[in-house]
Design a protein around this ligand. Structure first.
Ligand code: UD1
Length: 428
């Protein structure tokens, strides 16, 4: 077991380089299953969700070889199984992408119910509705914890998503890319990683148009081929460093970003008094003076991302007045507010809305990471707080932030990872 120990109150200053997008990578790696040749993928983030994806590929029979810490070569031609076992699927939400890719390639997939962050009900009915529309059979009952889908032939169809779902949009693309005929996904999600996955599939020979809009058209092709591809920079990692710069009254140049992907985040930080400057593939974030209060509502892209909601809330907990944060995407994403209260925040949560009465200062405290982004929020709070903060359950944070400690220390933060003995360990 490990925890992060932070001595707060240090102003972040300097440069940091953002890694590849987690939410792209966790879909592109399963998408390789569809290829008839070797794929080389660059800008892979060094995070635990990616290691789990590689283990799943290996369990299916693929060859996975790291060429350097951010480049992988995957040969899917030796895949001989269509079953993703529980021990691997339970570690990661995005293991459900193997349903779409195995179904699209082999006409059959069995994937254990996915794990991952818990912020309320996380149904996959829209994924399954899409597979069914393409002609797959999906048993109505989950048996032995396994989700199953199978089809003799997948045939293109029109699918209207009842909710805007990132996962369903990508999973349906994966299943449809080799189906016979044309598939149209309406009310599709538009996040940058949807476009990235479509670009990767097109680089393998797929025919997908409209990704990034709410109507995606997929003309099925019989074969997909090996390719080389570089994953886009991580929008949320970049946003997290932007928020950390603001929280500490810092001045940080964030390199390897797509500023367009950060627009909704930059706009909110500017509203809060920060200066955000775009310079090619970099953003510089500076903060002087108090944080101005404002309201935030999360929405599907291009709205303010729910995956930045906990981090921005830390800023509002220290703002000069009252702010309301509404999460329209997830029903229960405010569990971390209890931890912020331990650090002196004044906040009330009512369903999908949290109201923060800004306080002049947070104070260090022992807290825990409830999930990946909640954990990142605790780190930001600890960096800004007076005194020492210790964060438990950091394995959540390491699912999605590469070299987090090292990057923060490079900006002047006083943060380290300490190993703590398990309370269940035998005494010598
Ligand atoms: C992805 C992201 C996650 C982010 C979320 C919303 C990955 C690996 N994870 O999760 O970090 O918080 O998008 O931006 O990319 N829903 C249904 N039925 C479905 C699917 C979704 O009702 O079949 C609902 C969900 O309960 C939720 C909303 O739709 O309220 C959005 O979920 P979705 O976009 O699917 O999230 P994920 O793809 O799981």
């Amino acid at each position: 077991m490990s925890r992060y120990r932070i001595e707060g109150g240090r102003r972040l200053q300097g440069e940091v380089t953002i890694g590849g997008a987690k939410n792209s990578a966790v879909a592109i790696i399963p998408a390789v299953v569809l290829s008839d040749g070797v794929c080389r993928i660059e800008n892979i983030p060094n995070i635990s969700d990616i290691f789990v994806s590689f283990e799943i590929l290996k369990a299916l029979g693929a060859q996975v070889r790291m060429l350097d810490p951010s480049t992988v070569e995957i040969d899917p031609r030796t895949i001989c199984s269509h079953v993703v076992p529980h021990e691997l699927a339970r570690n990661m939400r995005a293991s459900y992408y193997f349903l779409g890719s195995l179904l699209g390639k082999f006409g059959v997939a069995r994937v254990s119910m996915p794990g991952g962050c818990n912020f309320g009900l996380r149904p996959i009915d829209q994924h399954l509705k899409g597979f069914t529309a393409l002609g797959a059979t999906v048993p109505p009952m989950i048996e032995n914890g396994m989700i199953e889908a199978s089809a003799t032939h997948l045939i293109g169809n029109s699918i209207y998503l009842d909710v805007v779902s990132v996962g369903a949009t990508i999973n349906i693309m994966l299943a449809a890319v080799k189906a016979r005929g044309i598939t149209i996904i309406e009310n599709a999600a538009k996040e940058p990683h949807i476009v990235d996955v479509a670009n990767f599939l097109n680089a393998m020979g797929a025919d997908i148009r409209g990704a990034g809009t709410d109507v995606i058209k997929i003309c099925g092709v019989p074969h997909l081929y090996g390719t080389s591809y570089s994953i886009i920079p991580d929008q949320i990692e970049a946003g997290t460093f932007m928020a950390a710069a603001v929280a500490t009254g810092g001045d940080v140049l964030i390199k390897n970003v797509v500023p367009k992907h950060l627009e909704s985040i930059s706009a909110k930080l500017q509203e809060m008094g920060a200066t955000v400057e775009e310079i090619d593939d970099m953003v510089r974030v500076r903060m002087d003076g108090p944080i101005r209060h404002c309201n935030v509502k999360t929405m599907p892209h291009p709205g303010f991302p729910t995956d930045m909601q906990p981090q921005i809330s830390v800023l509002l907990a220290m703002a000069d007045g009252t702010s309301a944060v509404t999460d329209t995407v997830w029903e229960n994403r405010f569990r971390y507010v209890d931890e912020l209260r331990r650090m002196g925040a004044q906040a009330q949560v009512n369903g999908k809305v949290a109201v923060f009465e800004g306080v002049p200062m947070l104070t260090g405290a022992p807290v825990k990471a409830y999930d990946l982004r909640a954990g990142a929020a605790m780190v930001i709070a600890g960096l800004a707080a007076q005194g020492r903060t210790e964060i438990d359950d950091v394995h959540y944070i390491e699912r999605g932030y590469e070299y987090f400690i090292e990057k923060l220390r490079g900006l002047g933060a006083e943060i380290c990872r300490v190993d703590i003995p398990s309370p269940y360990a035998k005494r010598a």
